[in-house]
Design a protein around this ligand. Structure first.
Ligand code: SF4
Ligand code: SF4
Length: 300
């Protein structure tokens, strides 16, 4: 039985590829973009989230935790994450849902059973299934199994990936994918490393090989002020995309600092919390610039 660790199965999604889709979010990513809006997917293992504003101070977690991670200091609940081993016992006992485990193990069959329920919507809208995350490439066997079974059922299959993996892994996944969506965040490798934690050479080489292999490709750039919201940065990416030989389109995605509650719940620092979203005019200006490279460009 092939299993994977996922955070969510989102039905009736309209932002993760064509038509109405079911998007499965997998845990684990090998980049650390400081603006990431899905911090709960970065770590490959299940984690405990704590939403302080929901706590009713009942003390049940203090009794339940075998590690002594929960205490009350002057009447205020405290969680010591250094003690937590993510067993999930406190989340089971917290009726207020202030404590929630994120990340659960599912078999490929269980996930496909959920995806298949909405087959009629996929057929009428041109939709299907999208694996997202995190990066689904880090759980290759599980991703491969889910997509292969969906394909056998006649469902359109798509994957969202950073493509920061050896080519041999991508080669396996494109055998069961009708569409690949991948990010290019910056063409300057040093800046890419500074912003995401990894250089970009392998990502760019994989984009070329994906395109040469004939898999339809959507290249996307999240527009993050101070990172790549300038004409030169987007122009350099657009120039690269314009030279890819296959069926390729290009999208610019507007950054929004909307993940503060998630970062807080995980005890993580949200470095992008105070960054203002690009304006509509900024997005239009960058989109027009990218179109001068002869590309079909969309923006959010
Ligand atoms: S069980 Fe939940 S609501 Fe009760 S004290 Fe613990 S965190 Fe707060
Ligand atoms: S998940 Fe387990 S170890 Fe972590 S705080 Fe809750 S009960 Fe304690």
């Amino acid at each position: 039985m092939t299993t994977g660790t996922i955070t969510d199965i989102q039905r009736f999604s309209i932002h993760d590829g064509p038509g109405i889709r079911t998007t499965v979010f997998l845990k684990g990513c090998n980049q650390r973009c400081f603006w990431c809006h899905n911090p709960e997917t970065l770590d490959s293992k299940p984690q405990l989230q704590y939403f302080a504003d929901r706590c009713i101070g009942c003390g049940a977690c203090v009794e339940r935790c075998p590690q002594g991670a929960h205490t009350f200091v002057e009447g205020v609940h405290r969680l010591d994450r250094t003690r937590c081993v993510a067993c999930g016992a406190c989340a089971d006992t917290c009726y207020a849902r202030a404590l929630v485990m994120v990340g659960e193990t599912k078999s490929a069959d269980e996930v496909v059973d959920v995806i298949i329920r909405d087959r009629a919507f996929y057929e009428t809208s041109g939709g299907g299934v999208t694996l997202s995350g995190g990066d689904p490439m880090l759980q290759l066997e599980f991703s491969e199994a889910v997509l292969a079974r969906c394909r056998d059922a006649g469902i359109h299959t798509a994957i969202e990936t950073a493509a920061n993996v050896p080519w041999e892994r991508l080669e396996r996944i494109i055998a069961v994918s009708d569409l690949v969506m991948m990010d290019i965040k910056h063409m300057d490798s040093d800046r890419h490393q500074a912003f995401t934690g990894v250089p970009n050479e392998r990502i760019l080489a994989n984009a070329r090989r994906l395109s040469e292999n004939g898999v339809p490709l959507i290249i996307r750039t999240p527009i993050v002020p101070g990172v790549n919201d300038d004409k030169e940065s987007i122009g350099a990416i657009a120039a690269f995309v314009s030279e890819l030989p296959g069926e390729v389109s290009y999208e610019l995605l507007r950054f929004h600092a909307m993940a503060t509650a998630k970062y807080d719940s995980l005890g993580m620092v949200y470095e992008a919390a105070t960054i203002q979203a690009p304006t509509t005019e900024d997005m239009a200006r960058l989109t027009e610039g990218a179109r001068t490279w002869g590309l079909a460009v969309r923006h959010s």
